[in-house]
Write a protein that binds this ligand. Structure first.
Ligand code: HEC
Ligand code: HEC
Ligand code: HEC
Ligand code: HEC
Ligand code: HEC
Ligand code: HEC
Ligand code: HEC
Length: 500
């Protein structure tokens, strides 16, 4: 192993805060050891095992110091708990590579050494699988997603780990396969280290969204007694850092962000890459080259979910606490109909795998934009826009949560509403059911990016730019007045011929 990385890891772990061997504090910070839960006897047994195994191979003094810091000092000085109660550190269900290489049976289930392999050598030889790209900054045996896929690939050797590989093989996926070497030693992601997510440093890896030292089993569930907390990080996202925007005026790009170590809400993790924190353009838009859906630029989700906007999906805050207007319960499907106005939601309620039997998370999808259901704003052919005529088609993405036709089962009684102009019985939407609107596409009236809007009800104006105005020329409304009851023609000015 070349000396450069030896010096670097020593600097990184020992030189922090300019104190010699401040690495124990660093480790505590990295693996988010909470106060109050001292390292257990089991951990103490595990740590010397690792240490003993590698001791004889550490001829270089700086390696010895590093290892001392990595495994011994924490035992003496810091608190444990998060690791031993994490999915990987769990001593009965955690990581165990002995099914992959019998040499690993020397390590207890849950040992750090199932992933970290100093000098990549065990009993004098390299245990399988060999690292394809040589030494790794974090001393893991295989780089990036390849490490995780050693187990999370659906194979028997992966034990009880979930199959994530299948999802990343889907057409639309977070493109983790396209990046390598972006998590350099000085930029390992568990600490505060600036924003290496733009330009030539733009990337995404499993460890940008998961902390393998802290993650626990358990994904999001809708908490009916605290629906406003339905955006808090779930167990699998614990211990990951993110950013929280300081929001300004409606539809503006936040100019300041607070780093949250760890993130408390899921969107804080997403926004470190999907907002001006990463882009730094100030324009709400950013050119990209790796969009799985073939986009040449992406937009700023912090701007779009700003609680000062006239409308938004309640990812950052609830409709009742921000500027949005809540919907009638009858226009929402379960669980969303239980607390309209008082609930928040996850980005991953909309972005994820269509197949609900597969693991949760925006890993991959057979649908464009990694959508969890159907398609938007076009039909699945990618060109024919959905119109109000299609309202009974269950393939409309929005129907995952919105009843739209009065029922969210695919439209039985939709025809009834369609012909009954100005009828609002059963909470129907009389703009949708107005027969003159029948052949207009959804994006004639709604923003193509349905995150949030400058106008109520995610309405888009003809003067709004692409991508909100589909292709820059599809929107037709010039003025919209929100009504809490039925709408009449005077509420809407549009460039449509005839009545408006
Ligand atoms: C499931 C695999 C896995 C296990 C088990 C594991 N780690 Fe890690 N560790 C990683 C990965 C992956 C990284 C690199 C993260 C990245 O890409 O940013 C890492 C990084 C680190 C770093 C450097 C982090 C930084 O931000 O500078 C330290 C220190 C570390 N691990 C210590 C430990 C210790 C101590 C244990 C056992 C208590 C342990 N790890 C167990 C996978 C693991
Ligand atoms: C040596 C095998 C192994 C490796 C390598 C590994 N994991 Fe795991 N992972 C597991 C096992 C086993 C579990 C526990 C499953 C359970 O709780 O039954 C797990 C659980 C998890 C969980 C918690 C959710 C759950 O299903 O329990 C996350 C998140 C996770 N792994 C992410 C990662 C990431 C990210 C990497 C790469 C940095 C990684 N894993 C590498 C074996 C592994
Ligand atoms: C570490 C950076 C990073 C994080 C964190 C991250 N992403 Fe991404 N995401 C990317 C990159 C890189 C792409 C590829 C296109 C690009 O460069 O923007 C992408 C693409 C996407 C796409 C697909 C866009 C398309 O072109 O189809 C969606 C949807 C998405 N991310 C949602 C999310 C959500 C939801 C979260 C939080 C759970 C999240 N992302 C967290 C970096 C990140
Ligand atoms: C109500 C459902 C919904 C929620 C919640 C949601 N998205 Fe989206 N998102 C969509 C749809 C639909 C599209 C496709 C837009 C289009 O056709 O251009 C999209 C597009 C995207 C894209 C690619 C296009 C772009 O302009 O950047 C990214 C990245 C993305 N979403 C990230 C996020 C993040 C991050 C969050 C949470 C902060 C989030 N989404 C929350 C529905 C949602
Ligand atoms: C994963 C569930 C989900 C999906 C998918 C979804 N929505 Fe929503 N939508 C919600 C929730 C939850 C609310 C807020 C309800 C409340 O609390 O008032 C909402 C609110 C809205 C609002 C009112 C916003 C306001 O501030 O006035 C509109 C308009 C809307 N959605 C349109 C759409 C469109 C168009 C689509 C498809 C492109 C869509 N939604 C997809 C869950 C979803
Ligand atoms: C862009 C962010 C992002 C990336 C990249 C990412 N994940 Fe996830 N992952 C998530 C989110 C969000 C969830 C679901 C959280 C929830 O539903 O509470 C999740 C869930 C999981 C789960 C638990 C699934 C379940 O249903 O129990 C595992 C295991 C996991 N991810 C492993 C991985 C592995 C391994 C990789 C890389 C090969 C990876 N993730 C890459 C964001 C990401
Ligand atoms: C002629 C303009 C127009 C068209 C076309 C249109 N909408 Fe709407 N939509 C509206 C208005 C106005 C509202 C607000 C009604 C209110 O205040 O409750 C709305 C509300 C919604 C809502 C919020 C929940 C509800 O049921 O009211 C959803 C979801 C929605 N539209 C989806 C769609 C979809 C999907 C399409 C295409 C199939 C579509 N819209 C086409 C004007 C339109």
């Amino acid at each position: 192993m070349e000396s450069e990385s030896v010096t670097k890891i020593t600097d990184d772990l020992i030189g922090r805060d300019d104190k010699p061997c401040s690495c124990s504090a660093r480790i505590a910070e990295l693996i988010q050891l909470p106060a109050g839960d001292k390292i257990t006897a089991k951990d103490l047994v595990r740590i010397p095992v690792v240490f003993r195994k590698f001791f004889s191979r550490f001829i270089n003094l700086s390696w010895l110091v590093t290892l001392f810091c990595l495994f011994l000092l924490p035992a003496a000085q810091v608190w444990a708990g998060a690791y031993s109660s994490s999915a990987h550190g769990n001593s009965s269900t955690g990581v165990d590579r002995s099914t992959i290489d019998s040499k690993y049976s020397a390590f207890a289930t849950g040992s750090c050494a199932h992933c970290h392999e100093q000098h990549a050598s065990l009993e004098g030889s390299e245990p399988a699988p060999t690292s394809p790209s040589g030494p790794n900054a974090a001393m893991v045996f295989s780089p990036e997603e390849k490490l995780c896929f050693t187990c999370h690939d659906g194979s028997a050797a992966g034990g009880s780990s979930r199959d994530i590989l299948t999802q990343f093989n889907e057409t639309y996926r977070h493109p983790i396969d396209l990046y390598s070497g972006r998590h350099t030693l000085s930029k390992l992601e568990y600490g505060k280290n600036g924003a290496p997510f733009r330009g030539s440093l733009r990337h995404v890896e499993c460890t940008d969204c998961h902390n393998p030292h802290v993650a626990q089993p358990g994904t999001q569930t809708f908490d009916t007694s605290n629906p406003q907390n339905n955006n808090l990080v779930s167990n699998v996202l614990k211990g990951v850092w993110g950013v929280d925007p300081t929001f300004g005026a409606a539809w503006t790009v936040p100019t300041s962000f607070t780093e949250k170590i760890p993130a408390v809400k899921e969107y804080q993790i997403c926004l470190k890459c999907h907002s001006n924190y990463a882009f730094n353009t100030g324009s709400g838009s950013y050119s990209v080259s790796d969009s799985p859906s073939g986009l040449s630029s992406v937009t700023d989700q912090a701007m779009e979910f700003n609680p000062a906007n006239a409308s938004y999906h309640p990812v950052v805050t609830t409709a009742n606490l921000g500027n949005a207007n809540s919907l009638l319960a009858s226009r929402l499907g379960p669980p969303w109909n239980s607390a309209p106005g008082d609930q928040t939601m996850y980005c991953s309620d909309c972005h994820g795998d269509t197949d609900s039997s597969k693991p949760d998370g925006p890993h991959g999808s057979t649908n464009k934009y990694l959508l969890k259901w159907g398609s938007w704003p076009t039909q699945s052919d990618g060109t024919t826009l959905w119109t109000l005529n299609d309202l009974s088609n269950s393939g409309i993405f929005c129907k995952l949560c919105h009843t739209l036709s009065g029922s969210n089962t695919g439209g039985g009684n939709w025809g009834h509403f369609f012909w009954s102009y100005n009828t609002d019985s059963s909470g129907g939407n009389n703009v949708h059911t107005q027969s003159w609107h029948r052949n207009y596409s959804c994006v004639t009236c709604h923003s193509a990016v349905p995150h949030g809007s400058k106008h109520e009800r995610l309405i888009v104006y003809a003067s709004d730019p692409a991508p909100y105005n589909y292709n820059g020329n599809t929107a037709k409304i010039t003025k919209f007045t929100f009504e809490s009851g039925s709408y009449s023609t005077s509420d809407c000015q549009a460039t449509c011929s005839g009545i408006h």
